[in-house]
Design a protein around this ligand. Structure first.
Ligand code: FE2
Ligand code: FE2
Length: 274
C-alpha cells in the first residue's frame, strides 16, 4: 500500500483543487456529515488563525490536514472507509486498551505474536514516532505526500498531520515510551491543534470565497519557497521560472523568503491515484 501510494505519479493538482475534490467524498465517521469537507478545513484553519495570527504554518496545516481523505475518491482508488478514516495506532507493538474497539484485535494474529504484543514490540524506548509504523489512513497518506514533496513545513506540522487521529496518544497518553524529545515538543502543538480540529465544527459558516484569497496567497508563497528549497532555481524549468517572475522573485528575494517562510509547502502538491 505504502509503496503503491508512495509513487505519487498519477495525479498532480493544487492544494485548493484537492480541497474542492474532497467535497465529493463522505467521511462516515464524521458527526457533521451535512457540512462540506472544505468547510471543515477552513473552519479549522480560520479558528486557528484567529487565536494564533502569526503562526501561518499552523493555518496551512489546518487547511491541509485532512486532504488525505481523497483516498476515498474513485480517482484515488476509492479505498473503503475503514482504510481511510477513524483512529490510527502503531503496529509492531501491543495494541493499547485505549484504542477504540480494542476487543476486536483479539482476532488479529499480531495480538498473539510475542514479537509484536509487548510494550515495545519491534521498537525500543524513545526510538521516535517517526520510526514507528502506523496503521494506514488519511493521516499517514498526507504525511507521505508532504514528505515525498520535500515539504519545508516544520516538524510540528508533519506531526499534526500524521498523528491527529492517533487518539491513544493525544487523548489517552499511551505509547509515550516510543516518543523522543522532538515528539514531546511536537505533541504540545498537536494538543493545541486538536481543539480546533474538533471544536471548530461549530455552526459558524465560512464564506469560502471570502477567505480563499488569503489561503491562495499563503499557498503561493509556499510554492515559490519550495522551488527555492528544492534547489531548482538554477536550472528552473520554464513553468517554475515563470512563476518566480509572476511573484517578482529573484534569487535574493528567494533567499529572504527562505528566512520568512522556512515553514511552508507548495501549491504544486503531487497526489496519487492508482
Ligand atoms: Fe482527519
Ligand atoms: Fe479534521
Amino acid at each position: 500500500m505504502r509503496e503503491e501510494y508512495g509513487n505519487l505519479d498519477k495525479v498532480e493538482m493544487s492544494i485548493w483543487e484537492c480541497c474542492e475534490l474532497l467535497n465529493d467524498v463522505v467521511d462516515e465517521s464524521d458527526p457533521d456529515l451535512d457540512e462540506p469537507q472544505i468547510e471543515h478545513l477552513l473552519q479549522t484553519a480560520e479558528a486557528i488563525r484567529k487565536d494564533y495570527p502569526d503562526e501561518d504554518w499552523l493555518h496551512l496545516t489546518g487547511l491541509i490536514h485532512d486532504l488525505g481523505k481523497v483516498l476515498l475518491h474513485p480517482s484515488f482508488g476509492g479505498l473503503p472507509q475503514w482504510a481511510v478514516v477513524g483512529d490510527t495506532y502503531p503496529v509492531g507493538c501491543a495494541f493499547d486498551k485505549s484504542i477504540v474497539h480494542h476487543k476486536y484485535f483479539e482476532e488479529n494474529p499480531d495480538y498473539h505474536n510475542p514479537a509484536y504484543n509487548t510494550k515495545y514490540g519491534v521498537y525500543s524506548e524513545g526510538c521516535g514516532l517517526n520510526n514507528v509504523m502506523m496503521s494506514w489512513g488519511h493521516d499517514d497518506y498526507m504525511y507521505l505526500v508532504a514528505k515525498e514533496n520535500k515539504t519545508t513545513l516544520p516538524s510540528a506540522a508533519l506531526f499534526i498531520i500524521r498523528y491527529h487521529s492517533f487518539y491513544a496518544l493525544h487523548r489517552s497518553g499511551s505509547y509515550k515510551q516510543l516518543m523522543n524529545g522532538e515528539d514531546v515538543e511536537n505533541l504540545k502543538w498537536l494538543e493545541i491543534f486538536n481543539k480546533y480540529d474538533l471544536y471548530s465544527k461549530s455552526k459558524v459558516r465560512i464564506d469560502v470565497e471570502k477567505v480563499k484569497p488569503y489561503y491562495l496567497s499563503l499557498i503561493e508563497k509556499l510554492y515559490v519557497l519550495l522551488v527555492y528549497v528544492a534547489g531548482l532555481h538554477h536550472q528552473a524549468e520554464p513553468a517554475v521560472a515563470a512563476d518566480a517572475l509572476r511573484f517578482n522573485l529573484h534569487p535574493p528575494k528567494w533567499q529572504l523568503l527562505e528566512i520568512d517562510y522556512w515553514i511552508l509547502v507548495a501549491s504544486g502538491i503531487h497526489l496519487v491515484a492508482p
